[in-house]
Design a protein around this ligand. Structure first.
Ligand code: FRU
Length: 317
């Protein structure tokens, strides 16, 4: 009985005075407790700067970025298309910086013109992932892409073997102010070194099928004996094929390209239009995965090199 009375007394006292030792404050005057961390960020805005959407490969890259980002509910990706104009791409990058996005993924049209704005973003604290084509120097957070020199060299070696060590070759180059064009050229020349392959005609087709077709028309007009066309991308190889077909010479010439998209290069190989297409992965998925790590404060490598494979008729047997 005594115990029960004691317990009731305690309960009454707690009811009257409450448990808290903190002094009560009038509503609305609470001050933030000091020394507490701000709430950790749980959602982020990424700006994707695409140099153009004129080629299937770039459409695929954006689709890969979108698909990977959709699996991460904390990410929102904004897309801008520079329509193959470096100045436009610079101003679109500036818009992302002003807007204060949390991270930028850029696939730059050309190296030099996009270098400063990428560095500016990094200096302002916005991490930048450079995808596929490089900028000059190393003022970016991470570069992701396949090794274009290695691909060019592999293409050169494959061609030497295919032509039995000699032949007349046309090289249709990608935009030579972009790093994949430079590297696919240098690598290729290394790959054919020591062979009797002669480059009888070379031109910059700027990655564009119509340009490649036009250049190939000139090559066909000048040379009766062309064994093979090495184009730095599949649209270029296809443009060259169309020019040869119009001249009735497509059966005398082999065509080799780079990109190897399922619905482009691989399809051309299956149809017998291209003798080979070297895969060039878009890196879209890897870019989103890397972005997530950066945004969560994890360390990422400065360079992420993607693998490439070659598609020939044998790949589809
Ligand atoms: C598309 C494209 C691809 C090529 C890549 C190189 O714009 O030309 O065909 O592999 O860019 O950056």
């Amino acid at each position: 009985m005594k115990k029960m009375i004691a317990l009731m007394l305690v309960a009454m006292l707690v009811g009257i005075f409450g448990c808290t030792k903190e002094p009560q404050q009038p509503a609305g005057t609470e001050t933030k407790p000091t020394g507490t961390e701000p709430a950790a960020k749980t959602s982020w805005m990424i700006g994707m700067s695409q140099c153009n959407l004129g080629e299937p490969w770039r459409v695929q890259m954006n689709a890969d970025v979108k698909a990977a980002a959709e699996k991460q509910p904390e990410l929102t990706v904004l897309f801008k298309d520079a329509q193959n104009d470096s100045l436009k791409q610079v101003s679109q990058m500036e818009e992302y910086i002003t807007q204060g996005v949390d991270l930028i993924i850029i696939s730059p049209k050309e190296a030099a013109p996009l270098t400063t704005v990428v560095a500016q973003a990094v200096e302002k604290g916005i991490p930048v992932i450079v995808l596929d084509r490089r900028v000059v120097g190393d003022e970016y957070t991470c570069f992701i892409g396949a090794d274009n020199k290695k691909i060019g060299k592999a293409a050169g070696e494959w061609i030497v073997k295919k032509l039995g060590g000699k032949g007349n070759v046309v090289e249709l180059k990608g935009l030579m102010t972009s790093t994949p064009g430079q590297d696919r050229h240098t690598g290729f020349r290394e790959g054919i070194k020591g062979s009797d392959i002669k480059i009888i005609f070379e031109a910059d087709m700027k990655w564009l099928e119509p340009e490649a077709r036009k250049e190939m028309e000139s090559a066909l007009a000048r040379y009766d004996n062309i064994d093979l066309v090495y184009a730095h991308n599949d649209p270029g190889a296809h443009g060259a094929y169309l020019a040869a077909q119009a001249a009735g010479r497509e059966k005398d010439i082999l065509f080799v390209g780079i990109d190897g998209l399922a619905h482009e290069g691989q399809m051309y190989v299956k149809e017998g239009i291209l003798a080979a297409s070297f895969e060039y992965p878009t890196g879209g998925k890897e870019a989103v995965e890397t972005a997530l790590k950066i945004l969560h404060g994890e360390d990422v490598p400065k360079e992420i090199t993607l693998d490439s494979t070659v598609y020939t008729a044998d790949s589809f047997k």
